[in-house]
Design a protein around this ligand. Structure first.
Ligand code: PLP
Length: 358
């Protein structure tokens, strides 16, 4: 049976992917040189669509990597000389921090129990931290940090760089990129594409820092370091052979999103999230794992289950819908439901109807 994927990534493909993939094949995108004019125009198109979608100013370059977790390492190598500061409230923010120690940075952390989120007022940023690492949407626990809090954090720490993981939420969060030095995502989450491409957005301050470190004999990495990416980006090229097919598809999906309008996508995301939370709050078999509404993710809804989650998951599966299990130790006691643009209110409604039978 054909399934609808409500998993947090890889996720349900955006409905137009099939058509774009067909066109890409017809146009032989898989064979074009990444040093050709065709590729340069395709990279440029993707950048223009992403700039419009996320309101990314010209001060920021847009680069391609293998995946989002690669960007964790690139940011630490290129934008931090000695010390970084991490807001940790789940497995992904924790891994971001582990990547920093992995490349020998000294890490400061502020941690929250699983299922709780950060507000601006309680964050204490250490003086010597050069960069603040924030995860907008913790895919493991279903916790979000509101853009208004992220913006305040940068405003009150103007001299530090801020890096925001928007992997499982973009294009949902309305971030003001004049305040965000660097952000990144993967295409297999809310953009509804197959996995295999990371997108790294970084401003000139990040580049300056990387140049400074490089000339100060610091190791900024040989592969996909920021000065090399930026130099190539100026002519819409890449240092190594990139995933041309996914860059093509991402440009097309971003264009589809722009045609709908990002405000509409954000409003629909809010509405579908409301449907899901209302349901799990009212049904005796479910309860929302994240207690504070302002911390509840709008793109990955986590519900605690009375029955073992495997029973709920197979109930949904029999009806043609795939929902995720809980993360790590919560595997058997929670389900995770992705609320991405690829699934519309009708599909979310049908999922709710099936879960209601639990
Ligand atoms: C999935 C995810 C990542 C890692 O993305 P990859 O594409 O697997 O590298 C990082 N951060 C968050 C919040 C994620 O959900």
């Amino acid at each position: 049976m054909k399934q609808t994927y409500f998993t947090a990534g890889p996720a349900e493909l955006y409905p137009t992917v099939y058509q774009h993939l067909q066109t890409a094949m017809d146009e032989q995108i898989g064979s074009i040189s990444h040093r050709s004019a065709r590729f340069r125009s395709l990279y440029q198109f993707c950048v223009e669509q992403l700039r419009e979608l996320l309101t990314i100013p010209e001060s920021h370059g847009i680069f391609f990597t293998g995946s989002a977790s690669e960007v964790w390492e690139r940011i630490m190598l290129n934008c931090v000389e000695h010390e970084s500061f991490h807001l940790i409230n789940g497995s992904f923010s924790k891994k971001f921090c582990e990547y920093a120690t992995g490349v020998h940075k000294y890490t400061h952390k502020q941690e929250k129990p699983f299922g709780e989120g950060f507000d601006y007022g309680e964050i204490v940023v250490p003086d010597y931290a050069e960069l603040i690492a924030v995860t907008h949407n913790e895919t493991s626990s279903g916790v979000q940090m509101r853009p208004v809090d992220i913006h305040k954090l940068k405003r009150s720490n103007a001299k530090k760089l801020i890096a925001v993981d928007i992997v499982s939420s973009a294009p949902f969060p309305d971030l003001d990129f004049s305040l965000i030095d660097t952000a990144f995502f993967s295409v297999q989450k809310a953009f509804g594409l197959p996995a295999g491409l990371g997108v790294w957005i970084a401003n000139e301050k990040c580049l300056e820092k990387a140049e400074l470190l490089k000339h100060g004999d610091q190791h900024i990495g040989a592969h996909n370091n920021l000065p090399t990416l930026w130099k190539n980006f100026k002519t819409y090229e890449t240092p190594a052979t990139p995933n041309v097919l996914l860059i093509y598809l991402l440009g097309k999906i971003a264009q589809d999103f722009n045609r709908i309008g990002v405000e509409t996508i954000r409003r629909e995301t809010e509405e579908k999230a409301k449907m899901l939370y209302k349901f799990i709050e009212s049904h005796p078999q479910f309860s929302p794992f994240v207690k504070e509404d302002r911390h509840r993710s709008r793109t990955v809804v986590v519900a605690s289950t009375q029955k073992p989650s495997s029973e709920i998951i197979s109930l949904a599966k029999d009806a043609g819908m795939v929902v995720g299990s809980g993360y790590g130790q919560f595997k058997d006691s929670q389900i995770r439901i992705a609320n991405f643009p690829a699934t519309d209110a009708g599909q979310v409604g049908r999922l709710i109807d099936v879960l209601a039978k639990a």
